[in-house]
Design a binder for this molecule. Structure first.
Ligand code: UN1
Length: 496
């Protein structure tokens, strides 16, 4: 099958400049999925120019009308859900149920943001002076660069694009190269929904060329980036010279703590989904399992038994528990970490290798891998982004929390217990942007804020109503209707 050729989406049209191309491939079988332009600096420039030209009219369109368009776009996404889900699975490798989840998360968020078009709330507060009215309004920032990863190839772009657009910004979108077909099809849904030309533009290509052009162009007012910590650091530094507002959503090393009073069957289902869902390639993936000493042996045996029965294979097949990792690059990185785990003396209890033979030889399949280790090893503290789980023992709750918190990341976290006091204590104690009680570290819902502490980001949150914050400026307004000069702090009436 020939891979369809895509262009760049500039000012409402698909254009194919005479530039080199790259191809995305299905990580389960090596088949090509789509062919894309390696965007050049001037292509990024053209996209920014289109976004800038479209900005004044888009900004002036009433927010509820922008929201109407988002609602139409969500209907296109809904109509195309199954087709897009299959594309997500083909291009990225997550199992089909999760491919559908990825697209559903997109639909949910675009709909939710359509509602935001009738809120975009500011605040009114009292003045210290008579006959004076104080309020805030939200205004768009201008042209926003959205730079997105491959692990949620439809959901994360939608998180960023829909929030940016409803607030009145225009967007240049640079998707991860290995899931560019998913990105292009999402853009087609926006176009079909009736978005005016230039409001959303997409340039495929490398971070070094396209990404860098977006980060350094003075016409881009803000950047929203999801990806790894090291790239995030470069994005932040590079954009700093232009004093751009940068929103970063970076990695995690998310712990699940299982106490001895937990429902162990429930915790087992949780860790299976949390650690091996999406082949461990979620920022929120459960990559550390911290077991309370009294249940350590029992739970580990239950875990190994279940994971040992996993079906790893074709992610389009409903019988498959886990698909491939997303690319040759990912395969190499994950295998490197497995080698590091062995070298640092962690005990490999399951997996630990690439799967070979038959259909496996055409894809990037890694056996679900479980290491017993101690806190402080590299595999127990560094993000692996693959189906590799580090299991550790904790003497008691305090020890478990100490281990959970002693990493540079803080995205998601989870505690399994039947003790309600302990559950609330953990909400207080765990250093993370998200804490789950009796549920795994993955599976955040779009109507709540999403983000983390420490090296997981720089303080912002996506999703929920707060998503609007990264995409708006607050204007403070004072209306004095007293018809005389009133001096704040000086003329203010105060008790003697
Ligand atoms: C990510 O991995 O970057 O909470 C996003 C979850 C998903 C989103 C993950 N809803 O697992």
């Amino acid at each position: 099958m020939d891979a369809p050729e895509y262009g760049l989406f500039l000012n409402g049209a698909w254009v194919s400049p005479n530039a080199p191309r790259f191809t995305t491939v299905n990580p389960a079988n090596g088949e090509p999925v789509g062919s894309f332009i390696s965007g050049r600096k001037e292509d990024a420039g053209a996209a920014i120019a289109a976004a800038q030209a479209a900005y004044p009219a888009w900004r002036e369109m009433p927010a509820p009308s922008r929201a109407d368009l988002l609602l139409r776009i969500s209907q296109v996404l809904r109509r195309r859900k199954e087709e897009l889900a299959r594309l997500v699975t083909r291009e990225m490798g997550k199992v089909l149920a999760e491919g559908r989840g990825d697209v559903q998360e997109s639909i949910d968020f675009v709909e939710y943001m359509a509602g935001e078009g009738r809120r975009l709330q500011g605040e009114t507060v009292p003045s210290e002076l008579r006959s004076k009215f104080c309020l805030t309004v939200r205004q768009p920032k201008g042209v926003i660069a959205c730079i997105t990863p491959w692990n949620f190839p439809t959901a994360i772009p939608n998180w960023k694009i829909a929030a940016a657009l409803v607030a009145g910004n225009t967007v240049v979108f640079k998707p991860a190269s290995n899931t560019a077909a998913c990105a292009a099809e999402v853009v087609k849904c926006y176009a079909e929904g009736g978005l005016p030309p230039g409001v959303l533009n997409m340039v495929t290509g490398s971070g070094a060329t396209v990404g860098d052009a977006l980060l350094t162009d003075p016409r881009v007012r803000a950047v929203s980036f999801t990806g790894g910590v090291e790239t995030g650091r470069q994005v932040y530094t590079r954009a700093a010279a232009g004093l751009k507002m940068v929103h970063l959503e970076l990695g995690g090393k998310n712990p699940m703590i299982v106490m001895d009073d937990a429902n162990l069957e429930l915790a087992l289902d949780g860790v299976l989904f949390g650690a091996f869902g999406t082949s461990g390639q979620r920022c929120t993936a459960t990559s550390r399992l911290i077991l309370h000493a009294p249940i350590y042996d029992t739970f580990l045996a239950m875990l190994v038994d279940r994971v040992g029965k996993f079906t790893v294979g074709d992610p389009l097949d409903p019988a498959t528990d886990m698909g491939p990792v997303a690319s040759a690059d990912q395969e190499r990185k994950v295998l490197e970490y497995i080698a590091i785990g062995r070298a640092e003396g962690a005990k490999l209890v399951l997996g630990g290798h690439k799967l070979t033979g038959g259909r496996y030889d055409r894809g990037h399949f890694i056996a679900p891998t479980i290491f017993e280790t101690v806190h402080g090893t590299r595999i127990s503290t560094e993000e692996i982004f693959g189906p590799v789980l580090s299991v550790m023992k904790a003497n008691d709750y305090a020890d478990a929390v100490r281990i959970a918190n002693d990493v540079p990341y803080g995205l998601s976290s989870s505690l399994y217990t039947r003790d309600v006091n302990r559950a609330f204590q953990a909400v207080n104690d765990l250093e993370a942007g998200i804490t789950y009680i009796n549920a795994p570290t993955i599976g955040a819902e779009i109507q709540l804020p999403f983000g983390g502490v420490k090296n997981t980001g720089n303080g912002g949150r996506e999703a929920g109503s707060v998503a609007i914050e990264e995409f708006t400026e607050i204007k403070t307004v004072f209306v004095d209707y007293s018809n005389r000069l009133q001096r704040a702090q000086i003329d203010t009436a105060r008790p003697p």
